[in-house]
Design a binder for this molecule. Structure first.
Ligand code: SAM
Ligand code: SF4
Ligand code: SF4
Length: 336
């Protein structure tokens, strides 16, 4: 348990800081341009090193890992990593933009992937292109990838959408129309002040309550009880929705730090206990000097026991709701 009585249940592992999209709220193209220094290959944790970290965390009670990035499917032979990790008694999930998923669903599932989350903010090719700096023509391949994931039985497929004021509010209805008859979980995420470059303004956040009120005009939403501690989304099923559910991740308007059971490892092997943490602990140095699983376990255990992070709660208590001005880590680095 940490200082606030929170257990360590989930680990997010960023497997690369690179991405094949340039979402303006995450990796703005003018910042992450051809001059940007991404990590070298030898700086990244190897699959064996990632596996060692996971192995050492099993006795600490870890239940779930999520592979993320950057774009995790850019990491070559990621299915080999999934296969290595699948021997542990944990759920393995991945968050992806879906561009490289097509044709790989079955391979990933057979390797041991339990669940997949796709990030998709717009169904309008022009808006999609504007947000991601990726041709709107690629949108169809993401929609096909989502269908493929549903067909090959990758758990309940999730779709994450960050809705921003004046950018993609129209997509709330479009997304419901496109996915509302499928057994997926569509989750609306409030735009967060992660990193230093996404030009976050409180004004651009569309509160979950606003989206919910909008949806209630059309649907009968039935609340779903959370299954376990640390579940960040509040979920509702939709009457007549055939397994469809809608979730809200309201880290700005309804922070859930009190239930936050997550640690994060950056692609270069630094451990962070909060998405907004400024300093990480260099696990790679320990792995490469001694490769000692007991030492990794003890180090993480000690760091976790001292943890008192609750950035989002503190942000919500600032007199004028806004960002807290601390240097922050980029989402693509720490792993969203
Ligand atoms: N590239 C993969 C993807 O997009 O799914 C995985 C990494 S991405 C950083 C993980 C998630 O973080 C995505 O769902 C993305 O929408 C979300 N994200 C990135 N920046 C965000 C921000 N400022 N506020 C809220 N969510 C954000
Ligand atoms: Fe890439 Fe994902 Fe960030 Fe978009 S949200 S730039 S797809 S890492
Ligand atoms: Fe967890 Fe930090 Fe987010 Fe709070 S702000 S929910 S402690 S990651």
């Amino acid at each position: 348990m940490d200082q606030m009585g929170r257990p360590l249940h989930d680990l997010r592992i960023s497997v690369t800081d690179r991405c094949n999209m340039r979402c303006d709220y995450c990796m703005p193209a003018d910042v992450f341009d051809s001059n940007h220094q991404f990590m070298n290959r030898n700086e990244l944790l190897t699959f064996e090193e990632i596996d060692s970290v996971v192995e050492s965390l099993i006795p600490l009670g870890i239940k779930k890992i999520r592979l993320t990035g950057g774009e995790p499917l850019l990491r070559r032979s990621i299915e080999n990593l999934i296969q290595m990790l699948s021997k542990h008694p944990i759920e393995i999930a991945m968050t992806t933009n879906g561009l490289l998923f097509g044709g790989r669903g079955e391979i990933l599932r057979k390797a041991g992937l339990d669940r997949v989350t796709f990030s998709l903010d717009s169904l309008d090719p022009e808006v999609f292109e504007k947000i991601t700096r990726t041709s709107g023509e690629r949108l169809q391949s993401i929609l096909d990838a989502i269908d493929e994931a549903i067909e090959c039985g990758l758990g309940q497929v999730r779709i994450n959408s960050v809705i921003r004021r004046g950018v993609n509010e129209q997509d709330i209805d479009r997304l419901i129309e496109r996915f509302g008859h499928l057994p997926v979980s569509l989750r609306f995420i409030e735009f967060m002040d992660v990193g230093n470059h996404n030009r976050w303004r409180h004004h651009d956040v569309v509160p979950s309550s606003e989206i919910r009120s909008h949806l209630r005009k059309r649907f009968n939403l039935i609340p779903i009880e959370s299954i376990h501690r640390g579940e960040v989304a509040r979920r509702w099923s939709v009457e007549g929705g055939n397994g469809f559910e809608v979730g809200f991740i309201s880290s700005v308007t309804q922070p859930f730090c009190g239930d936050c059971t997550r640690a994060r490892i950056s692609a270069e092997g630094k451990l962070f206990t909060c998405l907004f943490a400024t300093n990480g602990t260099d696990l790679k140095a320990i792995l490469r000097s001694q490769n000692n699983e007991i030492q990794i376990k003890d180090t993480i255990s000690e760091i976790w026991s001292l943890r008192d992070d609750r950035y989002s709660e503190l942000r919500s208590k600032t007199p004028k709701p806004g960002t807290i001005s601390l240097p922050k880590i980029e989402m693509s680095y720490i792993g969203g």
